[in-house]
Ligand binder design. Sequence first.
Ligand code: TRP
Length: 376
Amino acid sequence: MAEKNKNEMVVTPWEVRGKVDYERLIRDFGTQPLTEELLQRIRKHTGELHLQLRRGLFFSHRDLDVVLDLYEKGTKFVLYTGRGPSGPVHIGHLIPWIFTKHLQDKFKTRLYFQMTDDEKFLVKDELKLDEAKNFGYENALDLIALGLKPENTFIIFDVNDIDLLYDIALEVAKRITYSTARATFGFQESTNIGWIFWPAIQAVPCFIHAKLTGENVPALIPAAIDQDPYWRVTRDVAQKLGYYKPAQIHCRFLPGLGVGGKMSASELETSIFVIDPPDVVKRKIWNAFTGGKATVEEQRKLGGDPEVCTVFQYFTFLFEKDDKKLAERRMKCKKGEILCGECKTELTEGVNKFLIEHRKKREKAKNIIEKFHIKR
Ligand code: TRP
């Protein structure tokens, strides 16, 4: 690929960097903005809007209106999301999963969760297959720790469950040409052939519900927008195969604690992992990029900028549930009434409290994980 300017936006399923322009992504990817009208429609079914909707974390969609039309006329939908298990989970991963659980609770619907150990093996040079499978198991514990119910949650571990996926994957693969795949995913001469076939596997959970239950219903996929290329090709083949086109609701990337980009598992110091002990969490937050000024005097006088502050983002998307308190923090920051140290201290406390609880639930998940396996 051509040498890219460092700040240029790059958003693919395998790489996100530069300053992300979400309006432009809506145009480039040809998705729809999540309008106020649609949000109000969701609210009719869920009661108060989830904070990730109220605060704009989810900003774009495809066919959410269609799914709601069907739902209101009595056709249910299933939820589908997933994870490429290439390492431990960080807080940025948990955020859309928390929202997915909310949708599952409110719409009382089934969730298919795909653990793509195969994808990560193919895509990551250094990753061994056993390592990817093991991360898949470990990451599933983090998902279960969020409180999903086994009656309604089906985790697919690609390598172990391939027999369930393979027939639909073949139907999909036969209908996507190399030229479409190359244009959609940017494949190169040097791309391994496993990777080239692989998008057919990510399509399968969009359709698997019909095979398992005989019920043909659409899938709604809550996920970060970098996954969109997969859904474009899947949508193109859906109707040829007699299924509904999968619908999406897209979220932004939770920025890492550094400047720009998303929280990335490969940038260890700017992501908070669920396994990070309290002192590591503290260190990472203390080194975070904020909207603060160079000196205390300056900040008291001119105020800080919460809009660029990564610490403020953490409060916004997970750690401050109360809208009034969030607004207060924003205002105090802008007026110079609160300094970065105070926010960092409070965030550190909040994150550590959350993670200690999470890790307890994660331990318990080991006893019930089998109940979530799609092949139970
Ligand atoms: N490709 C995704 C990743 O690398 C994993 C994934 C599979 C996924 N199916 C999904 C993510 C559906 C979101 C929605 O992380």
